[in-house]
Design a protein around this ligand. Structure first.
Ligand code: PMP
Length: 384
């Protein structure tokens, strides 16, 4: 069947190709998965079931139920000092749908959105799919994979409308400093732009610091679409529930878009998420500690391997070691490691050209699996 031209050129990303290969293999040590290995806490599951028994089985409000919007506001105020109103919250089908809706709501054909490499792969297709043009901003590991104001000024054109930020970042696991974010804010103000700040990994910061909410920087709240969700913090990927804080006209437009796309979000997931956001702070902290321990362990093992250098864990659950010392490209390293040692990682080049020479390791497995994987990887690296 003939496909629409815009999709006929779509090929599976470097990440999807790894996932597809793993499906056909057995006994793979899988460090490519971007979701927590923990299952959702039983009391959260009960809250979803209780919602169903109480009759929340009908179409939900387009914007999301008030209780889950209130819970998102309370969570962000408690954890990050970010103040919002439930009127400014939109509940989405996972965090992934937010950039799509945001670009639908904000972009005119040909509008440019700055995309900082290495980036979460779907953003690019989400910009293009809504008529926008991604403007790639290359970065360097020495700067936490964060652009300077000069980098941004050099790439800006009269068509530049917005920029995507993602700290803690997928795939880099790096966190931008307040000074770096303030520079970006200065640039955003200078060019009168919007910011989509994807802060879905806000609960996982390991450098002893605190998460910096971009919208808390002076003058940024009105320009920022702050995206997050319960997938990572509350181990609820399968419930497909994300949320967005944004100015009122953006939220209103998203409700209109929802009215002809999804007609709201699964009511049970909303009831579970409202409960989760209100009651799980200790669990969220405990799990961040577990991820932190794993990341520390894996980074220290990687640094003992021939040809590999790994920056200490900063955030999210990803490490992004430099493997260029092995003489292999990201793809060569990934595929040879998978085929010979049965350890799956993602090539850094899947996240844009800045990622060449790196691989992404997700510490979303038990210590036992991580230890075995590191042993195999160490042996693999001895060959180079
Ligand atoms: N943003 C980033 C940076 C992510 O890594 C992910 C998930 N991998 C998402 C958004 C989407 O999350 P969700 O599962 O809630 O759709």
């Amino acid at each position: 069947m003939e496909l629409a031209k815009r999709f006929s050129v779509q090929k599976p990303s470097g990440m999807v190709r790894v996932f597809q290969a793993i499906e056909k293999m057995q006994d793979v040590l899988n460090l490519s998965i971007g979701e927590p290995d923990f299952v959702t806490e039983p009391d959260i599951i009960e809250a979803g079931a209780k919602g169903a028994m109480e009759g929340f089985t009908h179409y939900p409000p387009l914007q999301g139920y008030l209780d889950v919007r209130e819970a998102a506001c309370a969570y962000w105020e408690r954890h990050h000092g970010y103040k919002s109103s439930p009127d400014n919250v939109y509940i989405s089908v996972g965090g992934l749908h937010i950039p799509w809706l945001a670009f639908s709501a904000l972009l005119n054909p040909g509008d440019e959105v700055m995309l900082i490499e290495p980036y979460f792969t779907p953003y690019e297709a989400q910009i293009r799919g809504n008529g926008g043009v991604p403007v790639i901003i290359r970065t360097h590991e020495e700067n936490n994979f964060t652009p300077t104001i000069e980098d941004l000024r050099a790439a800006a054109t009269p068509r530049t409308r917005g920029i995507i930020l993602n700290y803690p970042g997928n795939p880099s696991g790096r966190v931008a400093s307040l000074k770096q974010l303030e520079e970006i804010a200065e640039f955003v103000e200078e060019r009168d732009m919007f910011v989509l700040s994807d802060e879905i990994y806000e609960s996982m910061i390991f450098n002893g610091g605190k998460h910096i909410c971009f919208a808390n920087i002076d003058g940024m709240k009105e320009r920022t679409l702050l995206a997050s969700g319960v997938s990572k913090s509350h181990c609820m990927t399968g419930w497909r529930l994300g949320y967005l804080f944004a100015p009122q006209n953006v939220i209103n437009t998203m409700c209109v878009l929802s009215s002809f796309q999804t007609y709201g979000v699964n009511a049970l997931s909303q009831k579970a998420a409202a409960y989760a956001l209100n009651t799980q702070d200790e669990k969220v902290r405990e799990r961040a500690e577990i991820f932190g321990e794993r990341m520390k362990f894996v980074a220290s093992r990687l640094n003992l391997m021939k040809g590999v250098k790994c920056h200490p864990a900063e955030g999210a659950f990803y490490l992004f070691p430099d493997i260029s010392g092995t003489g292999l490209t990201s793809e060569e390293f990934t595929w040879q490691l998978l085929n010979t040692a049965k350890v799956a990682v993602v090539p850094g080049s899947a996240f844009g050209s800045t990622g060449e020479g790196y691989i992404r390791i997700a510490c979303t497995q038990s210590m036992e699996t991580l230890t075995e994987s590191m042993e195999k990887m160490e042996e693999f690296c001895m060959r180079f």
